[in-house]
Design a protein around this ligand. Structure first.
Ligand SMILES: Cc1ncc(COP(=O)(O)O)c(C=O)c1O
Length: 422
């Protein structure tokens, strides 16, 4: 078995055999398949097993794997431009395209990952407001920046405990935790410390405790509170930007942030990120202003070319989103029917082309506490059953599943059919 041999050897050289922990299938008692190839909605492991991919590299592969236009853009660019560390026309093209086609990106800066985008946006917010505190929501993930790694769970409203060894208490003492979809928990923090809060950062549709969309009114109230206190509202749309709609989750709510972060899809599958928003804030960045942020690889030509190809294709084909929404609805209905037939406890949260099937006894999942009540053991069994039968899903109950433009009704039928056999 070539795949498991490679994974075993990988463990000698890379912690857990991986370069990002979720890939290691911790707690599932199986090795992850080692993937060698992707095409459209399919990926293939080193033993030539075929899988229908519902992970999509954790979101970026919205056009499916190795989309011909993205591949061509990468190849063509690599002939002449790999990295310069100097201004290029290509980065201007992408910046202009994003600012002209997405609302409220008045100015932006490219970086190399989602983490870099969110930590830079926070630094900018702190620099502009001259305040130190930030608010994040329990269950939201904004990357591995120390200031975001705060244990999230019941009772964390008051006590900040680092979520990882290596995070000094000093790095998180300015991170306040509120409850998602609970405006009173936000008000409580602002009533006590509002004048010290630089920023509130939120995934407007959370994807990292499983998919949990914010309530419309909650987001509206959050905006109002931030405006009242002069606090910067940051939407982390690393996952949802160009995903739930071309113009991101923001366009589904019509509630405007001050800054926002995108990544994943905008790099066409290559390492990337971007933060941007209000011009007056972005102008505080070096070299114009005093807030320092830099990157050797930022705006890399090949990343820009891949991203540009992917964004242009998404922008010029709005029907893609309708198609993915229909397939998402088909999957949701099918899975709900099966759950009813089999008496499976199931709550499905979906926005367009991202969703989570929570094995949860409750009738709704609206925050981290409710998500955590899901039956992770049952999810683990379901995951293994699906993987064995050629479905590549997220190996955790608390992740999203993603549709791409290359999924078809047959793929959805197969998913539902396999669920019935579970
Ligand atoms: C909402 C959100 N923010 C930030 C990040 C971090 O992005 P990256 O893994 O590119 O650093 C992620 C990653 O999944 C994410 O989903």
């Amino acid at each position: 078995m070539r795949s498991s041999d490679i994974f075993k050897e990988s463990q000698k050289y890379m912690p857990g055999g991986v370069n990002s922990p979720v890939r290691a299938y911790v707690g599932l008692d199986i090795d992850p398949p080692v993937i060698k190839k992707g095409s459209g909605a399919y990926i293939y492991d080193e033993d030539d097993n075929e899988y229908i991919d519902f992970v999509g590299a954790w979101g970026p592969m919205i056009l499916g794997h190795c989309d011909e236009d993205v591949v061509k853009a990468i190849k063509d660019t690599a002939e002449n431009a790999i990295a310069f560390g100097a201004p290029t026309d290509l980065e201007l093209k992408v910046a202009k395209f994003i600012c002209n086609t997405v609302d409220n990106f008045e100015m932006l800066r490219m970086v190399n990952s989602g983490t870099e985008a969110t930590m830079s946006a926070i630094k900018l917010a702190r620099g502009c407001t001259k305040r130190d505190k930030i608010v994040k929501f329990a269950g939201c993930y904004h990357g591995h920046f120390d200031g975001f790694l705060v244990a999230a769970g019941s009772g964390v409203l008051t006590s900040n405990i680092p979520g990882s060894p290596g995070v000094p208490v000093g790095s998180i003492e300015n991170t306040l935790i509120a409850q998602y979809n609970d405006i009173d928990s936000v008000k409580e923090l602002f009533e006590k410390q509002g004048e010290d809060i630089a920023a509130v950062i939120i995934e407007p549709i959370a994807g990292n405790m499983g998919v949990i969309p914010a309530d419309q009114k909650f987001l509206e109230d959050l905006r109002e509170i931030c405006t009242k206190y002069g606090t910067i509202l940051i939407y982390d749309e690393v996952m949802t930007g160009f995903r739930v709609a071309y113009k991101g989750a923001e366009s589904l709510y019509g509630v405007k942030p001050d800054l926002k972060t995108y990544a994943k899809i905008m790099g066409g599958g290559l390492p990337c990120g971007v933060y941007g928003g209000r011009r007056d804030l972005m102008e505080q960045l070096t070299p114009l202003g005093p807030v320092y942020q830099a990157g050797t690889m930022s705006g890399n030509p090949i990343v820009m070319a891949a991203g540009y190809a992917q964004l242009q294709k998404l922008y010029s084909n709005p029907g893609y989103y309708d198609k993915m929404d229909k397939l998402g609805e088909m999957l949701q209905k099918g899975a709900e029917e099966v759950a009813k037939e089999k008496g499976l406890p199931l709550v499905i949260n979906r926005r367009v082309n991202m969703m989570t099937l929570f094995f949860n006894e409750s009738s709704k999942v609206t925050n981290y506490e409710e998500a955590k009540a899901s039956n992770t053991e049952l999810y683990g069994k379901f995951f293994k059953h699906m993987l064995k039968n050629g479905m590549f899903l997220a190996p955790s109950q608390f992740e999203a599943m993603f549709l791409c433009t290359r999924h078809t009704e047959e793929h959805i039928d197969k998913y539902v059919d396999l669920m019935r056999k579970f």
